[in-house]
Design a protein around this ligand. Structure first.
Ligand code: OTU
Length: 650
């Protein structure tokens, strides 16, 4: 920090506090807490705002603007939320008892008011955090399942009202479950009132978006841009005749669908107004906000307009504002990009949490190839995170699965990365001989050949294929495979994230093709409605999917008693068979060794240290051991093992 910044910071802070104080004369005492928080954050805020916007005549106006937004949000926090802020701790980030789940409210239970009734099932899976897909008002036609936000303040009417959502969040919190909501930071829906005003020619709101009267500028940007949703045709710019322009319309920047209009954070007015909306979502009572599509937040001519330093600074400013208004709330970055770029978004002063697409995709790689070498590399080299941060480790989300391993990693193993990605896609859409995947291609890019895959966990991992064969042995094999995948998710790194329904083995839902709003986006294939009747049936049974459900429950409960998982870091063990992955978590005090056969044949595993296998309850000696297909060993040091088994229901 330069001299002028450290000198200016307290002066600016004092001025803002005086103004806020004038507006809230009876809140002087409460505002003191805010003032204290501002003391250490004023300098970084000033610095980061300056990094983004530089000197301009209205700089002080925007700087004070963001802080006032935070002060207003701070004053609006109710008593309960203020108590949570006062008690804020980061312990849950490393607590092995932390388990996440995600769901669409309508597909899980219907309406906000019904959410508390799901708590019992959530608890049976050990869930402490529930991410609800965006519940906000959206345009006609579905609005990308909520990822096109028409208003952050009003909810999608079939789900209920904002008041009902707030109540559901509070009730779930009382049940020990924290709610996570999205902030779709990159774009608004075409019918957000900012977009409506822009259409009418309002100068202020027109400057909220990236709009061009002709193709000159878009053509300059395009050679450097990646096409994210190639299936919709065209490129990242959409011609909108409803936006008044010299030639009867304007080209609007739309990275995703044509109805999702990218916001222009180069305009500080956008940052201030989006901060206001973000803090509204924060004040609904959530404990984490998922920042959607973080790589795309800043555009610069001549660049790919992804992962730019300025996008990070935008997030850092938003994080500072959340700390000022609601210090108990954390941010989660959704950046599904190159592994090196992914981890750059996960920082203590930015988003403390990030999705782990590298482990996700290399687990799927191991399942398809029966070769764990890429997975080993991602555990060995791609897990390091900054202090105080955490991964969310998942097997799939509501989105497609992309082959997010690093080209360098594949090449180091002598694998051609592009050819290998084509193989993985072919495998999971069931076009590779002998494959058990039942997915669909998502967004095949005809130029680059890039392609992602849609499908539920169970359908991609062979349960659908096995169920059709009606052979019990095949079903058992698929269940074991899915449990092996869950074991990796639950023990390799970070916080496990379950897609609700996957523990029941819910299969692809092909009925989306009959729904006009969903038919042209096959990600709906893997967003089936939760099946409560099936849950009761499975709870009564012992075979097939019943074994999957009880296995996932057992695994998640097992985590709670395993202090080794609270330690960062994972050490991959040497194995003689490529089908086997082994790793050690923890330290000499609390040690956990995991050995998994990721193939449908017998294999030989290497165990480093003797201990108790928590799955079978048997003691396993060090050295070579025979593993049946998809067999999992979760070996705790003797003392930890005894303690953990006594806690786990079998
Ligand atoms: C996200 O995903 C959401 O998760 C999707 O459901 C939305 O459709 C989308 O944003 C637009 O809001 O490309 O295929 O690196 O990969 O943001 C999913 C980030 C996506 C992108 C990711 C995006």
């Amino acid at each position: 920090m330069t001299d002028w910044q450290s000198e200016a910071a307290p002066v600016v802070a004092e001025r803002i506090m005086a103004r806020v104080g004038e507006r809230h004369p009876n809140k002087t005492k409460r505002l003191r807490t805010f003032e204290e928080r501002l003391e250490s954050r004023m300098s970084p805020l000033l610095e980061k705002m300056h990094d983004l916007y530089g000197w301009r005549w209205d700089f002080a106006w925007w700087l004070e603007g963001v802080i006032e937004v935070a002060a207003d949000a701070f004053l609006r926090r109710d008593k309960t939320l203020r108590r949570l802020d006062a008690e804020a701790s980061l312990d849950w980030l490393n607590d092995p008892a932390t388990v996440w789940a995600m769901a669409y409210t309508d597909r899980l239970c219907g309406r906000f008011a019904d959410l508390p009734e799901t708590a019992e099932h959530l608890r049976s899976l050990g869930v402490t955090h529930l991410h609800l897909m965006p519940p906000f008002e959206r345009p006609e036609g579905g609005g990308d399942g909520g990822y096109a936000v028409a208003s952050y303040r009003d909810m999608h009417p079939p789900l209920g009202t904002t008041v009902e959502l707030r109540e559901a969040i509070a009730r779930l919190r009382d049940e020990g479950i924290q709610v996570v909501l999205d902030f779709v930071a990159n774009h608004t829906a075409e019918n957000h009132f900012w977009a409506e005003a822009a259409k009418k020619g309002d100068e202020r709101f027109r400057a909220f978006f990236l709009m061009f009267p002709d193709r000159t500028q878009p053509e300059e940007f395009l050679p450097h841009l990646r096409s994210i949703f190639p299936d919709r045709g065209g490129d990242a710019f959409t011609w909108r005749p409803d936006v008044a322009g010299p030639d009867g319309g304007m080209w609007v920047w739309t990275t995703f669908y044509g109805y999702q209009w990218d916001l222009d954070y180069r305009n500080p007015d956008v940052l201030v107004e989006m901060a206001r909306e973000l803090l509204f979502v924060v004040n609904l009572g959530v404990s984490v906000v998922r920042m959607d599509a973080t790589p795309f937040l800043w555009k610069k001519l001549g660049s790919s307009c992804e992962n730019l330093e300025e996008a990070h600074i935008v997030l850092q400013i938003l994080d500072l504002l959340v700390e000022l208004a609601a210090p108990s709330v954390e941010l989660l970055s959704e950046a599904i990009v190159h592994p090196d770029d992914v981890s750059r978004f996960v920082r203590a002063d930015e988003c403390r949490l990030g999705y782990n697409p590298v482990v996700m995709s290399t687990i799927w790689d191991a399942v398809a190839t029966r070769d764990t070498r890429l997975l080993r590399m991602s555990l060995e080299h791609r897990q390091v995170l900054a202090e105080g941060c955490q991964w969310l480790t998942y097997l799939r989300s509501h989105d497609d699965i992309g082959w997010g391993f690093a080209d360098e990693d594949a090449e180091a193993l002598g694998i051609d990365p592009q050819a290998h990605r084509r193989f993985l896609t072919d495998f999971y859409v069931g076009e590779f001989p002998g494959s058990f995947g039942r997915g669909l291609r998502f967004q095949q890019n005809p130029v680059t050949g890039d392609c992602r895959v849609s499908g539920t966990l169970a359908s991609l991992a062979g349960l659908e294929d096995a169920a059709e064969s009606q052979e019990l042995a095949a079903i058992d094999m698929a269940v074991d495979r899915i449990l092996a995948m869950h074991t990796l998710m639950a023990t390799s790194s970070g916080i496990p994230l379950l897609y609700l329904g996957d523990a029941l083995g819910l299969l692809n839902d092909r009925s989306y093709v009959e729904r006009i709003d969903e038919a042209d986006d096959n990600r709906w294939l893997h967003r089936p409605f939760f099946d409560w009747a099936m849950l009761s049936r499975l709870e009564a049974g012992t075979e097939g999917q019943s074994r999957l459900l009880s296995g996932v429950r057992r695994l998640m409960q097992m985590r709670t008693g395993l202090p080794a998982l609270a330690r960062a870091g994972v050490k991959v063990t040497d194995q003689t068979d490529v089908a086997v992955i082994g790793y050690v978590r923890g330290d000499s005090e609390h040690r956990l060794e995991i050995v998994v056969n990721m193939s449908d044949r017998d294999a030989t595993g290497v165990v480093e240290s003797r201990g108790l296998d928590l799955w079978s309850g048997r003691t396993i000696g060090a050295g070579l051991c025979r593993l049946t297909p998809y067999q999992v060993l979760v070996i705790a040091g003797d003392a930890d093992g005894a303690e953990a088994t006594s806690m786990v229901r079998t």
